[in-house]
Design a protein around this ligand. Structure first.
Ligand code: CU
Length: 353
């Protein structure tokens, strides 16, 4: 790679020198040899995620509710971090089936949803079966400091090494949309799958919805022909796949509702890019930001909402307009799969008359 950069650098120097000597037009006419760029634009600047012996996932859907054991009034959840091959896109048209090498909680992307009621005491027994140290941070939750999972820097705990177990325990509050993710090598670890929803329901719900859907957004860097996966971002590895709940269009399940039903979407920015999510055919109201309810008088009515990394937005709307409506990111490169449209962060809301 250094050689490649050096060659590119020399090429640039040569162009500048030629331009100075010959004038711009002559230099442009000269077909300067440029460094070879792979067709997919994949920059092999660092090692991919190790994939030898990594099994295919046995589950097909991420973010599903995790069962707990009740022990002396404590809701006990078991999590195991392990690598799997995760299918993010089925074969369609001329696009191949695409499998990523993912690091996961319990073998799915996103990891399983922890869903509890405000005030519940939660214990998470967490085992690391990944080949690297990791941790769990409870994003947005005001937990006791020692439970915050910041292991890099080792602010609240040491990284949990491969083979080790660590137990987190705290009271879940307030009600709202949160998530959990690794807090070791975050630039590498989160985007390859170590994130999952954490939903806290209010003791007395103030509003009822017919459909309540969590939509976690993130990005990937994958060679579709081999499944080799690099963390999207380090060493300028730009993402070429974009997923909602670990799936790219056309694999993102349609949200089907009857006309007149109330829908809540909980957007979670789990990746490293901004995604302005746009709903066709209907407006929505922002009812909560980062887990905190928005008073009715302050609820903005929108059809496009930027979700930045780490943010959560709960939006609600009454599905009053029948039809199949697109819900997609309006950074339109993000509705591609490896540069081919349609793909990526694009799904359907089907309102049945
Ligand atoms: Cu986007």
């Amino acid at each position: 790679m250094r050689l490649l950069l050096a060659t590119a650098g020399l090429g640039l120097v040569a162009i500048i020198a030629l331009t100075a000597v010959m004038g711009t037009s002559r230099a442009q006419q000269m077909q300067m040899p440029m460094p070879e760029t792979p067709a997919a634009g994949i920059k092999m600047t660092e090692e991919p995620i190790p994939d030898q012996g990594v099994p295919r996932a046995t589950e097909t859907t991420g973010g599903q509710p995790l069962k707990y054991r009740l022990v002396n009034g404590v809701k006990v959840f078991d999590l195991v971090a392990r690598p799997v091959k995760w299918k993010i896109q089925s074969k369609y048209e001329r696009q191949p089936e695409v499998w990523a090498t993912a690091w996961t909680y319990n073998g799915t992307v996103p990891g399983p949803m922890i869903r509890v009621t405000e005030g519940d005491r939660v214990r998470v027994v967490f085992k690391n079966q990944l080949p690297a140290p990791i941790s769990i941070h409870w994003h947005g939750l005001p937990v006791p400091n020692a439970m915050d999972g910041v292991a890099e820097p080792a602010l609240t705990q040491k990284p949990i090494r491969s083979g080790e177990t660590f137990t987190y325990e705290f009271v879940a509050r307030p009600a709202g949309t949160f998530f959990y993710h690794s807090h070791v090598e975050t630039d590498r670890q989160i985007n390859i799958g170590l994130f999952a929803p954490f939903i806290i329901d209010p003791k007395r719900p103030s509003s009822r919805v017919d459909k309540d859907v969590v939509l976690m957004l993130n990005e990937w860097r994958i060679d579709p022909s081999t499944g080799k996966t690099w963390p999207a971002m380090p060493s300028m590895s730009e993402p070429n796949y974009f997923t909602i709940n670990g799936k790219a269009f056309p694999d993102i399940p349609t949200i089907t509702v009857k006309k007149g039903q109330r829908v809540r979407l909980r957007f979670v920015g789990a990746g490293q890019f901004l995604h302005p999510m746009h709903l066709h055919g209907m407006f929505f109201k922002i009812v909560a930001t980062d887990g905190n309810p928005v008073p009715p008088a302050a609820q903005l009515t929108k059809d496009t909402l930027p979700i930045t990394p780490g943010e959560r937005y709960d939006v609600e709307f009454v599905a009053d307009n029948p039809g199949k409506w697109a819900l997609h990111c309006h950074v339109l490169h993000h509705v591609t799969n490896n540069g081919v449209e349609p793909g990526g962060l694009l799904m359907v809301v089907n309102v049945i008359p």
